[in-house]
Ligand binder design. Structure first.
Ligand SMILES: [Zn+2]
Length: 162
């Protein structure tokens, strides 16, 4: 997928998560998750710029999602300095979740394309749902619109306290 498509999938994935976080009284966590998901929507495509790393290889795997989650979890633990063990554990788990789901949403977008992704890298098998080609303008903008709509609906529901 292109950037528009990936942003769309990220918004689609975030919409129910953000809604739930607001519903349980954690609007700041919802904001942080949404911000991170949009910020990291294209992170796995950093492989275009790293010499020797194949596109949709290691950075398009659950292992990479786990590593990014680990980095965010570590950051959460550092930020939580001096707030007690339970709170610290909660923040590192939340950090892990945010990093993992941010990369996960990108993988979901690429799984839609015939080229697929190397989900279980280093195992070589590629996974694909073959729904649309990555360069399909209609699919990219369609996902973007769908994501925007889902986000708006989730926001409206959350604002009404439904
Ligand atoms: Zn990609």
């Amino acid at each position: 997928m292109y950037r528009t498509g990936h942003l769309g999938v990220s918004m689609l994935v975030f919409a129910p998560i953000g809604y739930l976080l607001v519903a349980v009284g954690l609007p700041l966590a919802a904001l942080a998750t949404g911000g991170a998901m949009l910020w990291l929507a294209m992170l796995p495509d950093v492989d275009h710029r790293i010499p020797g790393v194949p596109h949709r290889g290691p950075t398009h795997s659950l292992l990479f999602a786990g590593l990014v989650g680990g980095a965010f979890g570590g950051a959460g633990a550092l930020l939580a300095d001096g707030v007690g063990t339970v709170r610290r554990l909660q923040l590192s788990l939340f950090g892990f979740f945010v990093g993992f789901v941010s990369v996960g949403a990108h993988l979901l977008g690429d799984v839609l394309t015939p080229a697929g992704v190397n989900l279980f890298w280093p195992w070589g098998r590629t996974f694909s749902l073959s729904v649309t080609r990555a360069d399909n303008t209609l699919a990219n903008w369609g996902l973007f619109l769908l994501g925007t709509f889902a986000l708006a609906a989730a926001g409206a529901l959350a604002a009404q306290g439904v």
